[in-house]
Design a protein around this ligand. Structure first.
Ligand code: HPA
Length: 287
């Protein structure tokens, strides 16, 4: 069965499970950041293991299920947990779920992640909206023949497409306003993605800072590229779970990343509940 047919089958399965719910907004929750999924009402829960061809997360802190329902009153489809390149998944597998969300008809996606903070002044536990990214994964998920059936809307699915505003300016504005109402400020940063799974060396962090990065992580960039290919608007939000290598006083660990996420995930959940209906209003106004 072709890659496209597998995606179509997974999407058809989820469509059936979601019944009359037709979300236009998708959300991907990163390491330790799953709380927003608990705030969904009328939730339809679908473990990844039940979805045909869907990759399974192997990382502690990534629970691995779809949660579809109402968040802040808006229909959303949430991925609680994602898969990463460092788990051994191919670029096609890593971006399979984003393709499925695209086939389900979402017009906007919020990609959240845990990241190391490179910029001076970042505090552990703060959230940063992505203004741009640097792809240091060493690969692009769109390498290979362009699949025209990913043109889910007119204009989508192009071989070559613009990445000047990979992260939607208007969604960032909404996010900043919602954060301010929640009582915190949302800085804007540049996320650099590495393949992982080792954390960076201090020399790499120095190099990444010179490249313009303020955040470093091991996800999100492939999803953003594939979302943009389908003309899905992207909002990226990083949680600074730790200071990047060489900048803090303690060695980096997955435990610190996970624990920081857990400590602030409720705040992210409130932000997303406030944001979801506003994003829905924006994208529902479009064809
Ligand atoms: N580096 C890479 N990925 C990460 C980090 C980090 O410091 N923190 C959370 N994810």
């Amino acid at each position: 069965m072709s890659y496209f047919d597998q995606i179509a089958e997974a999407a058809a399965f989820l469509k059936f499970r979601m019944g009359s719910l037709a979300p236009r907004v998708g959300i991907v929750l990163g390491s330790g950041l799953g709380a927003a999924a608990e705030a969904v009402s009328g939730a339809v829960l679908v473990p990844y293991s039940e979805i045909p061809h869907f990759p399974q997360s192997t990382v502690a802190g990534h629970s691995g299920r779809i949660v579809a329902g109402l968040l802040g009153g808006a229909p959303v489809v949430i991925m609680q947990g994602r898969v990463h390149f460092y788990e051994g998944y191919s670029p096609a597998q890593v971006t399979f779920p984003m393709r499925v969300l695209g086939m389900l008809g979402i017009h906007a996606v919020v990609l959240t992640n845990a990241a190391g903070g490179i910029k001076e002044g970042y505090r552990v536990g703060q959230f940063v909206a992505l203004g741009d990214h640097v792809n240091m994964m060493g690969w692009n998920p769109l390498t290979g023949p362009n699949e025209p059936r990913f043109a889910v809307r007119p204009g989508a699915g192009q071989r070559f497409f613009d990445m000047t505003e990979a992260y939607s300016r208007r969604l960032r504005t909404l996010a900043r306003e919602a954060a301010s109402e929640e009582g915190f400020t949302l800085d804007e940063g540049v996320y650099l993605a590495t393949p992982g799974p080792s954390f960076e060396t201090p020399a790499e962090i120095c190099a990444f800072r010179v490249l313009g990065a303020t955040l470093v992580g091991m996800s999100t960039v492939p999803e953003t590229i594939v979302a943009r290919h389908m003309d899905i608007e992207v909002l990226g939000i990083s949680c600074v779970t730790n200071l990047a290598a060489g900048l803090g006083s303690v060695p980096l660990s997955h435990e610190e990343v996970y624990e920081t996420g857990r400590r602030v995930e409720a705040r992210l959940a409130s932000l997303l509940a406030r944001l979801a209906p506003r994003i829905a209003v924006l994208v529902d106004a479009e064809p």
